[in-house]
Ligand binder design. Structure first.
Ligand SMILES: Nc1ncnc2c1ncn2[C@@H]1O[C@H](COP(=O)(O)OP(=O)(O)OP(=O)(O)O)[C@@H](O)[C@H]1O
Length: 627
């Protein structure tokens, strides 16, 4: 079906279903129709907008902490898909079982537009509240689904094109969803396939934790796919099936009801544990290949399997940061300054390691046994940032908790307060923060008594604060207060020996121990690529390659993401997306020039033939318009 006819068909179907109360069967896909029926049956009113309440920053943090394992296991896919999302002007999202958005990466401009319809961290996109949408509907249907434009139940979601796949855990329970959402105006034909594949990889990674005591069968009908995320996995405890992935069940012609019932001896009579791939006789005589790994024989340390599993499951923050000599010296200086009560300002592009550095300073400082409280000023909703930071008295405002809240500044008492993206702090709050830093006491909202606080301050930003100062968007007095010592985290592309860096990171991720090597050509391309997402992107890509790699067979170029293989500069790609309005054209041009100038505002302004302060004014205006 052409996009146009499909578009018309959806409108015909909507008229029939919503206006005339007739069946739209055969006009739109069956899962969409089932979802419309469920939504209407639950009393959702198509003519009204859903009420979606964003959480407080505190609730969001709690939510993310509660689901830290899922986020961690999904992180390599998010990192690997980030480039694709940016190229297609979309975002990639991980949600929990209830459809609550936990993590979102991708195109910042589109993320701003998505936030306008409440597609943002902490908000639930379950079908019962949000109507037909890929996340909620995939969770109900337990199958991958794409929902485009007017297929969404609510009118305001028509600007979206979403594709989502549910994440099913090894016990057959829905663990969450992976989704790619972009503007409905642009068709991303591969989105559903990408989500399906990435969900399969995440589900495969679910086995890296909690199954150490199990006999593991890793198998496939195609011998070459054994040992890859495409393989079937069945886990047995005392001979009984206790965990599986969808592929494993499908190959064995089983369904989820086999969990806790099916027996290894009945499925594969006579099979013996072996690290080597062996031919297996599957159901109805089908030919399969696989390894049956016995925990008693599995190497506990340093062996291929455990090292690979460990590497792929390691959270992004867990990899030991690589600190060159110069960086070690900088860290030592930073620790001495923080111990002496002098604030630090960390500058550097996104992903260059500012957060890692700040945590390291805390860990090596005299305040290491007191809290490290990170606050992302860009992620806090503007209306909440004040109460979240400074706390509030009981009943200070409508919606406040009955007992009040101490606020993040007080939570950092005795420890280190890390204000990330300080450049995004609204001007009105900058003055309040300055007062706290001068007086060393916090006055909660609602007129409570000032409370003394003692914290070391580390701020960070990827923006040029001098440009913000010139544009009047950042207070000079606050700047001088927080920028008493500035540490610059260099971008990865300025690393003096990128090849050595790639090799060291690969080693650190466990590549060598797992016997998985990168081919010379892959190493060359990785070293040549400019890594706009810096360490975050580089580590994420290496993790993905590790999952795709096979012991004894060097990872080859075909495993690399297209953008690294082709090394297409982001500038060309960003401007190739057809902007739809004057505002979008302006935004695109500002962003594209900035991307092409490595984030340097002066150079971006020169490219556009305007001066720096005009560039900045425009950028702030367009940003305000987006948010
Ligand atoms: N020196 C390092 N060695 C190895 N990995 C690193 C290093 N620095 C950062 N990383 C990796 O990159 C990821 C991103 O780092 P981090 O969050 O510190 O960046 P950032 O500069 O704070 O980014 P942003 O500005 O987007 O918040 C980390 O999770 C870590 O895995």
């Amino acid at each position: 079906m052409s996009p146009a006819s499909s578009h018309d068909a959806v409108f015909v179907a909507r008229r029939r279903f919503f206006d005339e109360g007739r069946s739209a069967s055969g006009i739109v896909a069956a899962p969409i129709l089932r979802s419309w029926e469920r939504c209407a049956g639950q009393g959702l009113d198509v003519s009204r907008s859903p009420l979606l309440v964003p959480p407080t920053a505190h609730e969001l943090r709690e939510l993310q902490e509660r689901h830290a394992r899922l986020s961690r296991l999904a992180r390599p896919e998010l990192d690997a898909l980030q480039g694709d999302a940016r190229l297609t002007g979309s975002v990639v999202i991980v949600t929990d079982t209830a459809g609550v958005v936990l993590d979102m990466v991708g195109d910042a401009a589109f993320a701003g537009r998505a936030a306008e319809v409440a597609l943002r961290p902490g908000v639930s996109w379950n079908e019962a509240a949000t109507g037909t949408n890929a996340i909620g509907t995939a969770l109900v249907e337990r199958q991958p689904i794409a929902v485009h434009g007017a297929e969404h139940f609510f009118e305001r979601h028509r600007i979206l094109a979403c594709a989502a796949a549910p994440l099913i855990d090894p016990r057959g329970n829905v663990a969450g969803a992976l989704d790619m959402t972009g503007p409905a105006a642009i068709r991303h034909v591969h989105a559903l396939g990408l989500m399906r594949l990435a969900a399969e990889q995440i589900e495969h990674r679910f086995f890296s934790e909690g199954f150490a005591h199990c006999m593991m069968l890793r198998f496939h009908a195609d011998r070459a796919l054994v040992g890859t995320p495409r393989e079937g996995v069945l886990a047995f405890a005392e001979g009984v099936l206790v965990g599986a992935n969808r592929r494993g069940l499908e190959l064995m012609k089983l369904d989820w009801s086999a969990i806790d019932h099916a027996k290894l001896a009945a499925l594969l009579p006579g099979v013996r544990p072996s690290d080597q791939i062996q031919p297996l006789r599957g159901p109805q005589g089908t030919r399969l290949y696989g390894r049956l790994l016995d925990p008693a024989r599995r190497p506990s340390r340093g062996g291929a399997t455990s090292a690979r599993a460990k590497a792929s499951a390691a959270p992004s923050g867990e990899i030991e940061p690589i600190l060159g000599e110069e960086m070690q010296a900088s860290l030592a200086r930073a620790v001495r300054l923080v111990n002496a009560g002098i604030p630090l300002l960390l500058l550097g592009e996104t992903g260059s390691g500012k957060d890692v550095f700040a945590r390291r300073v805390h860990a090596e400082s005299e305040r290491c046994d007191k809290p490290f409280v990170p606050v992302n000023c860009a992620a806090l909703p503007e209306g909440l940032i004040e109460s979240e930071l400074f706390g509030y008295e009981a009943g200070a405002f409508t919606g406040a908790r009955r007992q009040g809240a101490p606020g993040l500044l007080r939570q950092a008492d005795g420890g280190v307060l890390f204000l990330d993206e300080i450049g995004d702090m609204p001007l009105s709050l900058q003055s309040r923060l300055l007062r706290v830093l001068q007086d060393k006491q916090v006055s909660p909202l609602g007129g409570g008594k000032p409370v003394p606080v003692d914290f070391a301050l580390i701020c960070a930003t990827h923006q040029s604060l001098s440009t913000l100062l010139a544009a009047g968007a950042f207070r000079q007095d606050l700047y001088f207060r927080i920028a008493q010592y500035v540490v610059e985290r260099p971008p990865v592309r300025h690393h003096p020996d990128r090849l050595a860096l790639v090799r060291r990171l690969w080693r650190q991720l466990g590549g060598e121990t797992a016997g998985v090597a990168l081919s010379d050509e892959v190493e060359r391309l990785l070293a040549a690529y400019e890594w706009p997402g810096n360490f975050r992107q580089l580590v994420g890509t290496l993790r993905a390659l590790m999952v795709l790699g096979e012991p004894g067979q060097p990872v080859d170029v075909s495993a690399l993401p297209a953008e690294i293989r082709a090394a297409v500069p982001t500038f060309n790609v960003v401007i190739s997306t057809p902007p739809t309005s004057l505002a979008e054209q302006t935004r695109s041009a500002l962003q594209a020039a900035l991307d092409a100038s490595d984030g340097n505002v002066s150079r971006a302004a020169r490219r556009l033939g305007i001066d720096r302060s005009t560039y900045y004014r425009r950028l702030l205006k367009e940003k305000d318009r987006c948010l």
